[in-house]
Design a protein around this ligand. Structure first.
Ligand code: ADP
Length: 257
């Protein structure tokens, strides 16, 4: 796999108490920088803007009104990018920011423009850090204007740049036959070859307080990857250097293939 998209969830970037997990961000920066040095082209899709914004304003509950969420995303996005910039610089790795809207799906021209920018950045050995442009795309329910979540955005980005692999880091070891937070006897599935109605039923509701996706959107992302003949690995991001082990072929997490 030469082109790899890595998606990190809010739960990987922010502690349950709202603090930014600098250790995880540092390990992520170290790992992705190492991969670029090994000749891989890496795109990072990062959640966490609203969560970081909440931390900046000492909010403990995610506001429900859209303007507040937009404002928090605007606050958090720049803070998050500052942190990434600092950490990646430690490993002499340059990064860039790409804020995408649904236009890349609606207009072939937008898609082509975005791909051109990705191609150039990757060619230059720079890691694009991608997020949805939350101040532009506001309508949470209208999926005509919003991707809705970074899980599916990461699969869309993977298809735009024609990545072979999507590595999705979350707060859980992989996909289980039922929600392991609810059922103690849940078992981890090492490999999933088809995402069907039954698979969706194995995924419970929303996950963490700060995240928005949950397992459902991860399954949709996996389905999109598999439809394109590509793979996705869902693994625990508590130590993002797990990516080295995934790429070394170790059987960790869940492989959707
Ligand atoms: P992130 O912030 O990394 O995107 P989420 O909290 O949105 O993560 O989603 C991961 C959560 O999905 C898990 O912590 C778990 O609570 C929940 N979940 C529901 N069903 C399953 C399942 N079958 N296997 C694994 N996790 C599940």
């Amino acid at each position: 796999a030469k082109r790899i998209v890595v998606k990190v969830g809010t739960s990987t970037l922010i502690y349950p108490n709202g603090k930014i997990n600098l250790k995880a961000i540092d390990q992520l920066s170290y790992t992705l920088s190492g991969l670029v040095n090994d000749g891989k082209q890496i795109v990072l899709v990062s959640s966490g803007a609203i969560g970081v914004g909440m931390g900046q304003l000492n909010l403990t509950e995610r506001p429900t009104d859209i303007p507040a969420q937009q404002a928090l995303a605007a606050i958090g996005q720049s803070t998050l990018m500052t942190i990434y910039q600092q950490r990646f610089a430690t490993y002499s790795q340059k990064i860039s920011q790409m804020l995408l809207t649904h236009d890349v799906l609606d207009y072939p021209e937008s898609r082509a423009n975005v791909l051109n920018a990705f191609d150039k950045l990757l060619d230059w050995g720079i890691i694009p850090v991608v997020n949805e442009n939350d101040t532009v795309a506001v309508d949470e329910l209208d999926h005509k204007t919003k991707f809705g979540d970074n899980d599916q955005l990461s699969a869309i980005v993977a298809s735009i740049v024609d990545a072979d692999l999507l590595i999705m880091l979350s707060d859980i070891d992989g996909f289980y036959d039922k929600n392991p937070r609810k059922y103690q006897d849940a078992t981890l599935l090492a490999e999933v070859n088809k995402v069907s109605k039954d698979t969706y039923e194995q995924a419970g509701g929303k996950g963490s307080k700060f995240g928005t996706g949950g397992m459902l959107t991860k399954l949709k992302a996996a389905k999109r990857m598999m439809k394109n003949g590509k793979q996705m690995v869902l693994a625990n991001g508590s130590n993002p250097s797990i990516i080295f082990r995934i790429l070394a072929g170790e059987k960790i997490g869940t492989l959707f293939s």
